[in-house]
Design a protein. Structure first.
Length: 317
């Protein structure tokens, strides 16, 4: 299925330098904000108090947030836990206040707002646990990057692997840059979204790389720039359909998913938008500049030249 057919290849690679300069400026800005402002880490990473509260009826999460906000606590996370009547509250560490004192203050405030509120359990998450989670998150990110590089190197060629990883890490850093600049809370769900974006972006890169390899086999009279332009043009319809549908679902989570899914969906929204851009323009351009050529992908392949009368020799999906 396709929305439209493009019968002339769009010269994307003619403007590759402009696209990549824009990407470089955005990337450097993200790095600057990461170092100057840093990430606003959630309780999972910094430590704090976890409080599980149950109600005799479905809990009003906004009411719980407003009640806790009256205590002057910032960065409090409130979400359902298990059922609509159970609420999990994450409280940041307060100087001079113990975890028990903090829990008692919150419960007293909640019971004033709703007498049915009852504490099921409370526990303190120390900074050491947060450090372990951060370390494990970095290990997971590194594992994904290494796995993607090995997969692309085996399926295509090492130049494609390098190009894809540069483009995908560009997406990750830009997501982190947005969170650093706006000081949005960076939590475990956001980390999961970042890992999901890595896989999502590499999927788009694989589609384009597959079409580049196919074009090298089909069009022997084209140079590398023309081959890449044809590959990108011929996948535009597919890109619009798949990414448009995905973005609509993610925007639905962002708009209607509530506070629990807000930053998760926000990270996915940013990542998908920049992932499309980087996979289409950045990864392909870097592969071109690394010197990808027909011999890299077709070793001992057929020397059959393209048929000018071939009905499939156009830029269609």
């Amino acid at each position: 299925m396709e929305f439209f057919k493009i019968h002339r290849d769009i010269p994307f690679m003619r403007h590759a330098i402009i696209f990549n300069v824009v990407s470089l400026i955005t990337f450097l800005a993200a790095v600057f904000f990461l170092f100057s402002r840093g990430l606003h880490l959630s309780v999972e990473f910094t430590g704090g108090t976890l409080l599980e509260v149950t109600y005799s009826h479905p809990a009003d999460l906004n009411g719980v947030r407003n009640a806790v906000a009256k205590l002057g606590l910032n960065d409090v996370q409130v979400q359902n836990f298990g059922s609509a009547r159970d609420v999990l509250i994450r409280l940041p560490v307060q100087k001079g206040v113990s975890s028990a004192q903090q829990s008692n203050q919150v419960m007293a405030t909640l019971q004033v707002a709703d007498a049915s509120a009852a504490m099921r359990r409370t526990e303190f998450v120390g900074p050491q646990v947060g450090d372990e989670l951060a370390t494990d998150g970095l290990k997971a990110l590194a594992s994904v990057v290494i796995g993607i590089m090995l997969y692309l190197a085996m399926r295509f060629e090492w130049k494609f692997a390098v190009a894809a990883i540069i483009a995908n890490m560009h997406d990750v850093v830009i997501i982190l840059g947005f969170f650093a600049f706006f000081q949005w809370e960076f939590s475990l769900p956001v980390l999961a979204a970042v890992l999901a974006v890595l896989g999502y972006s590499v999927n788009e890169s694989v589609v384009i790389f597959d079409r580049i390899r196919e074009n090298f086999r089909r069009y022997r009279k084209m140079n590398t720039m023309q081959i890449i332009d044809s590959a990108i043009t011929s996948t535009i319809s597919r890109t619009i359909i798949t990414h448009g549908c995905t973005q609509m679902m993610v925007l639905s989570m962002l708009l209607f998913g509530g506070a629990t899914l807000h930053y998760f969906a926000l990270a996915l929204t940013i990542g998908i938008l920049f992932g499309i851009y980087s996979s289409v323009f950045v990864a392909a351009a870097i592969a071109m500049w690394l010197g990808i050529k027909r011999e890299d992908l077709i070793k001992g392949g057929s020397k059959k030249e393209e048929d000018p009368n071939d009905a499939n020799a156009g830029a269609t999906v």
